[in-house]
Design a protein around this ligand. Structure first.
Ligand code: MN
Length: 139
């Protein structure tokens, strides 16, 4: 078990919540993570993602930055302000590949940054590595 102490105990792997408004990107992420041993949940908006996160307390959240209405940065701010959600690592997933974008995401409190298009073969391990690289106790 790579993810310590959060989420349900049982036969299934760590739970991942994917917040992504593009159906094709959602499908690729879902496929890759499921294949990589994650139990995957999806939301197509930040609002629905936040509601699901409160219900599920997933081991990790993969957050598209460009979302309708509330965007990924705003959603992260809500998560970090929420006692229940703050400890969940949130990884930004974005087509913006500039170093400045990564730095901005890190500064805001994202646990990591993965550039789209994702590589389905590498994605689950990238997500695991980012979860594990977090300092103990989160932020
Ligand atoms: Mn999007």
């Amino acid at each position: 078990m790579v993810v310590a102490s959060r989420g349900r105990v049982g036969a299934s792997g760590p739970t991942a919540l994917v917040v992504e408004d593009n159906p094709v990107n959602m499908e690729v992420a879902r496929y890759a993570l499921t294949r990589g041993g994650f139990e995957v949940f999806g939301a197509d908006s930040a609002e629905r993602g936040l509601a699901l996160a409160r219900d599920l307390c997933p081991d990790v959240i993969l957050m598209d930055l460009s979302l309708p209405e509330m965007d990924g940065f705003e959603a992260l701010a809500v998560i970090l302000a929420d006692d229940l959600l703050r400890g969940i690592p949130v990884i930004a997933v974005s087509a913006h590949a500039m170093e400045a974008d990564r730095a901005r995401a890190r500064a805001r409190g994202f646990a990591g940054y993965i550039t789209k298009p994702i590589d389905p073969r590498a994605f689950p391990d990238e997500v695991r590595a980012l979860i594990q690289s977090r300092p103990a106790g989160g932020r």
